[in-house]
Ligand binder design. Sequence first.
Ligand code: GAR
Length: 216
Amino acid sequence: MSHRLVVLISGSGTNLQAILDAIQDGQLNASVALVLSNKAGVAGLDRAHAAGIPTAVIEHKRFPDREQFDRAMIEAIDPYDPETVVLAGFMRILSDVFVHHYRGKLINIHPSLLPRYPGLHTHQRAIDAGDTQHGCSIHFVTEELDGGPVIAQAVVPIRSNDTAETLSKRVQLREHALYPLVLNWRAAGHVELHQDGVKLHGETLGIQGHQLEWQD
Ligand code: GAR
């Protein structure tokens, strides 16, 4: 049986595409049961349609508050009984209700080496700080924004002539490799959220998770 995913998006869906491609190529033993977007008309929905995957659009604007929006998402997601709920460029802060409901199953990708640079404009902030390295993190989602325990990070160098745009392209390339890798660990039952942090292959990981370095 392949590992059942529900993927939440808000935009272009290049991470969704990387997951779909890995499944298609037989590199990821998973299936995407539903793609849910909080925005209509985004390119990620076209990617899901092209792959023949059911989609749902639940626009946050139509709800009076965050919690009611989140409850509507739970109602849409639960019939698919996902083993992992994947945030792939989903740009809404989630309420405690949602986070509790999927605790231990909800993972996110964030474009920085957490705990550095939670929030937005991560690439520019890393350049402005004079950092020599940047990257992306995949983490379990908890109540703290971009603060949940990290599963894995891909580290990339920052070059002296980098702009936020060139750096974000280099990081995104790694995002597209890292998500299928981590989802494979999930599918094989190798990664779990415990009281004392993330366990990968039975070992408790440190604050930055399992780090992979790429030079290019
Ligand atoms: C990705 O780079 C992801 O790391 C970022 O949004 C982009 C979505 O791209 N996520 C966040 O900033 C979450 N805090 P995509 O829609 O093409 O996958």
